[in-house]
Structures are given as C-alpha cells and as structure tokens.
Design a protein. Sequence first.
Length: 326
Amino acid sequence: MTADFDVISPYLGLRGRWVPAALHNHTVGSDSDPVPPARAAELARQAGIEVLGLTDHDRRLPELPWTERDWAAAQRVTGILVVRGHEATYPRLGDTREHVNCLAVLPDEVGVPPGVPGFPQAVGQAGGVAWLNHPGLWNCRPEQVLDTPAFDGLIGLEVYSGARLLLEGRTGTRGTLAVSLWDALLTARRRSWALASADCHAWEPGLPDWVANGQTVLNLETVDQPSVLDCLRRGIFYATTGPRIEVLEVTHRTYRVAAPWASEIRFLGAGGELLLAREGPEATYRFTGAERYVRAEVISRERVHADQPLVRHTAWLQPAFIHPRS
Ligand SMILES: [Zn+2]
C-alpha cells in the first residue's frame, strides 16, 4: 500500500557529521570585561564548540574596542570557525523589545531597519540568516509573533536561552524555553526551526550563559561559512542543552532517533500533543498521515551542567511536516 501523504523534513538523506555550534554570543557584557574575539574563540574551542557566532548588540557595536585585526585574529584560531554577526533590536512590541540574531551580516549591510517588514529578507539578501532570540515571553501569546510582519522570513527561534535561565535565577523572569511558542508556529504551518543558544555575555564556566550551555548542532559535510548558513536555512540541525543524537533517520514512513544516555524519547504533534513516548535511548515513530507535523524531543536526566536546575536536559529535533495528497 502506498502512503497517501508526503513527508517533508530537513533530515531526509543526511550526509554530514554533527558539528556543535554556539551561534549567539557577545564580546561585551553589561557587567563584565570585554572578551577579545580571539579569546572568545579559544574559550569556545576548549568547550568543544566548532562554530562560534559572535553577535554583539547593534546598539553597542560602535563602542566595541575591536579592530579588523582583532577579528582576523579570531578567524585564525585553529579548530573553530568564527562567524561575525549582530543582534538586531526591534522596536518595543507589547511589553518587551524583541531581539533578532543576524548571523554573517553587520547592520550597515542590511538595507531595511530592524522591526520593519522585510528585515529578515534583507538579512538574507545580504548573505546572512536571522532568527528570533529568547522569545519565551510569547509562549502564551503566539499571535504577537504570528501577526507581526517583521518576523516573517526568520528561519526560526531559540527554543532555549542560557541567558534567560540566568535571568530566571536572578530575577524570576520567565522565558528560558519557547517550546510552546514554537508549537504554535508549527501548528500554524509556519516553517520555523528550533535553535538553542547560550547568549553568552560573561564567559565564565559554570554560569548558565556559558558558551557551551545551549548548542545548535549542525549536520555539515564541510565546516565553512557558506555551508553553515545553508545548513541553518534548510533546518539540518538540532538544538540541545546536553543530549547528543547518534541516529537520526526520517523516511517517508518513519522518524527514528537514537541517543546514548537518553532516558526518554518523545514525539509530539500539532499543539504540542504527545504522540508517543518511549523510555530508553532509541525510538521510532510511524507516521499515520493524520499529523500536521511530528517533532521529537530527547530527554536526558544526567547532570550535564551543575548550574541548570530549572530545566531537564533536552534535545529538540526539527519537525517533519505531513502533507496529505489531495
Ligand atoms: Zn544576546
């Protein structure tokens, strides 16, 4: 019997290896000393990161002390690819300012101001990619994201933010996780990929925003900037606070995941509905054709970082979209 539905997934026919990336980080924090780009690259490399995005706030770029020579020094650190970018500040929306991470472009290269419809597309035309940073405040109001044209064209959102976890600990502000928002976007058939970021400001191991706490793991055949950007646009990655994926196979019938040390693997569908949960390091979901999308979460209960008491260690895998044939 042939299936009467199509499956569209970024994981169909994976060919690369999994490369840990930290794509949203700052060289200048508000209450810490500036960290030169080459020092940031060295610290990230020691933490196991192979691709490092340095994305200082657009409003702070003019005060950065770095010269082109400093940036070139960062790019010469071996064993890690450094990608420059910036964090764009959107005008106030409701009770918060939204930040959009812009990788591989600087503000004067984008022809549209932040917050104006067409900004994400302009980032793309300038050769970069853009996604929504730490949007957990919108979990209960996804319409704020869905109905704002200036967010159309983003590749996705941070479902996990190390810096927000730090804020939760200090001020009780919520917003570390944006998984409910992500499900709302996917349920509305918005193509949106999940990323995880440290949003590192302080460069202190042990803090929740340490560069390695919250990673986007890219499937790459070649580690260079064009391949990283292509991988991000196409969604060929997963987000994680710890668990590593060993097997990830999506076919037109099944979604199979294996992860050493995983205590549970869950498959979720429209609205975040739990479709299947399996204990242990391996699970396979068989599509019925009635799902709108199916995504997977891998949960590990091992203590990866001593400073992360508020969240389980989770890997968020991208959705497979199910399209009935008419
Ligand atoms: Zn940031």
